[in-house]
Design a protein around this ligand. Structure first.
Ligand code: ATP
Ligand code: MG
Ligand code: MG
Ligand code: MG
Length: 566
């Protein structure tokens, strides 16, 4: 491809609504274009990236013995009524009626459909095991779509489903998917961790998430640096402390809290505008109640307000008497902090459109999550503490102590066992002639989310740094003076043609632009290798090579250039 033919529309500024760097860079590089809330078009450059990820996912799935298929996005309500999820899936499911007034949904996931296929197609143990997958759009009416394609409403997922005769078979299938997912992440050049996870709305028994390590991640991961133990802190039971801590947050689950609303509510509660730094203290009292307070510089309390987190965040002001009575505070409570021994300063908190609030609520599911270290909270230990996991806690595997980091969930694998096969009565004839329910697994990778996660992990002030595996182009050949120098034109065309012939996905920048703006575009796009051809270099018989990820510029002989970047 030549830039003179490519649709390239890079922007200097990101839209103001873009909060995360990955979202900003994807829009600035022209990879995606917003259509509506949580709805994005993959522009030609962006689609190249998406397709490269799909290709690797497909390759690993095929290698693991899975077979590709394609199910409809629109699903009849009857199947979901059979599994019982029509009523319980909640508002994330987009329900639709057709012209005959029949109920459908736009599939948020495909367990019901695949189980329905299996129950009519798979009759005998002789047909097992099977693993079927698709790469396709899902729709989830996320309460707060944000971060661009990271948390979209319509997004691309590779979902697969395994059918086995028994649990031993499921374990083998699960193991293959675990390996395939690890391979995908490795091939894409992602720094990731596979962690034990909660099974959430999908249900079932064992489960792992594949988490891309990044500070902007919405998930907190506890891991043992000295062993392979790692878990999402949502997986509460593993962290039940031996002795309750002073202000226990019983468990931490990332309930789909409307975080913007919460942020605004807290700002309102504190009587401050967005974009202020305050000290937040919490004293956990009755059901889901807490106190937030503004501290003056000298650490005496400026204002204390009582908040009640009621799932969606309801806050109200409380009188001093009420607070004293509710929390049994000593009379000096509203004086210096030191007087009330059970007050803990949680953090200096920056209240802005990005901040979510961690509040030590003492009721499961009444926990608001999503504060970022460094940005909103000074130290991970503080967050960990109010979530009942402290850096340095004994690891559940007994082999050392826990550390905590943040991650972006890009993949999730589940052992469903017979949850769906039993609900839909999907059976096969076993070797002994009896009817048995399939042992099922399901496996999801957020193909579109991976693009954002990778950028979140790999970028600098100049833009995206893609790995060669997912970059829109592997090599940029920047021809300085293509339109005025015959020598440059000839050398650039020759190198470009040699690269294409060698199967390298090269982009020839043949625009009549200033070198600076050509470099800036190639850097913003994150193209991993760049070769610059200009008259000056050619006079010495050389071109210049530089890697996007950093390192010195190197001079390479014109004749050796194609082999060098390959
Ligand atoms: P999250 O915790 O981020 O809401 P999830 O646990 O609901 O994700 P799963 O049901 O496990 O998601 O779906 C499998 C994969 O689909 C996830 O690991 C993630 O990569 C991707 N995914 C889920 N929701 C979204 C979304 N709203 N936008 C983009 N990708 C998503
Ligand atoms: Mg979700
Ligand atoms: Mg999740
Ligand atoms: Mg998940």
């Amino acid at each position: 491809m030549r830039t003179s033919q490519l649709f390239l529309n890079t922007l200097k500024e990101a839209p103001s609504e873009a909060e995360l760097i990955s979202h900003k860079l994807m829009v600035r590089a022209g990879l995606i274009k917003k259509l509506g809330s949580g709805l994005y078009t993959w522009m030609p450059l962006g689609l190249r990236v998406l397709r490269k990820i799909e290709t690797i996912v497909r390759d690993e799935m095929n290698k693991a013995g899975a077979q590709e298929m394609l199910m409809p996005t629109i699903q009849p309500a009857e199947l979901w009524q059979e599994s019982g999820r029509w009523a319980v899936f909640g508002p994330q499911m987009l329900k639709i009626k057709d012209r005959h007034d029949r109920d459908f949904c736009y599939g948020p996931t495909h367990e019901e459909v695949i189980t329905d296929i299996a129950r009519s197609e798979l009759r005998s143990y002789k047909q097992l095991p099977q693993n079927w997958y698709q790469i396709q759009a899902k729709f989830r009416d996320e309460i707060r779509p944000r971060f661009g394609v990271m948390r979209a409403r319509e997004f691309v997922m590779k979902d697969s489903y395994s059918f086995d005769a028994d649990f031993a078979g499921l374990e083998v299938a699960y193991g293959k998917m675990y390996t395939a997912y690890s391979n995908v992440c490795t091939r894409l050049g992602l720094k990731f961790r596979a962690v034990a996870a909660d099974t959430g709305a999908i249900g079932g028994s064992g489960s792992h998430e594949f988490q891309v390590l990044a500070d902007a991640g919405e998930d907190l991961l506890a891991y043992n640096p000295d062993s392979d133990y790692a878990a999402n802190v949502e997986l509460a039971p593993a962290f039940a402390p031996e002795t309750p801590r002073a202000a226990p947050a019983e468990q931490m689950r990332d309930v789909d809290t409307p975080k913007q609303t919460t942020c605004e509510a807290v700002a309102q509660l504190l009587g401050i505008g967005i974009d202020r730094t305050v000290k937040l203290i919490a004293l956990v009292g009755g059901e889901g109640q807490f106190i937030v307070a503004l501290l003056r510089g000298d650490h005496s309390l400026n204002e204390v307000k009582l908040g009640k987190v009621a799932g969606v965040g309801e806050f109200r002001f409380a009188t001093e008497e009420e607070i004293r009575a509710r929390f049994n505070c000593p009379p000096g409570f509203l004086g210096p902090v030191g007087i009330a021994s059970d007050i803990t300063v949680i953090a200096d908190l920056t209240v802005n459109a990005m901040s979510d609030f961690v509040v030590g609520a003492n009721k499961p599911k009444f926990h608001l999550a999503g504060v970022n270290f460094g940005r909103d909270l000074p130290e991970p230990t503080v967050v960990a503490d109010i979530r009942n996991v402290v850096v340095g806690d004994k690891a559940p595997d007994g082999k050392g102590t826990l550390d905590i980091c943040r991650g972006i969930e890009v993949g999730h694998i589940f052992q469903l066992r017979t949850k769906y096969s039993a609900a839909l009565n999907a059976t096969y004839v076993a070797e002994d002639g009896s009817q048995k329910h399939f042992e099922m697994g399901c496996y999801g990778i957020g193909v579109s989310r991976i693009v954002a996660a990778a950028i979140e992990q790999n970028h600098d002030e100049r833009g995206i740094i893609f790995s060669a595996a997912m970059a829109p182009f592997e090599v940029a050949v920047v021809a300085v003076g293509y339109h005025r120098s015959e020598a440059v034109k000839a050398a650039a065309d020759a190198l470009y043609n040699a690269l294409i012939a060698a199967g390298v996905d090269a982009l020839l920048d043949d625009r009549n632009e200033r070198p600076g703006s050509m470099f800036a575009d190639m850097e913003l796009l994150g193209i991993p290798h760049r070769v610059t051809i200009g008259d000056k270099g050619l006079a010495e018989g050389a071109v210049e090579y530089v890697a996007r990820a950093g390192g010195e510029m190197q001079k390479v002989g014109v004749a050796d250039a194609a082999a060098f970047v390959r």
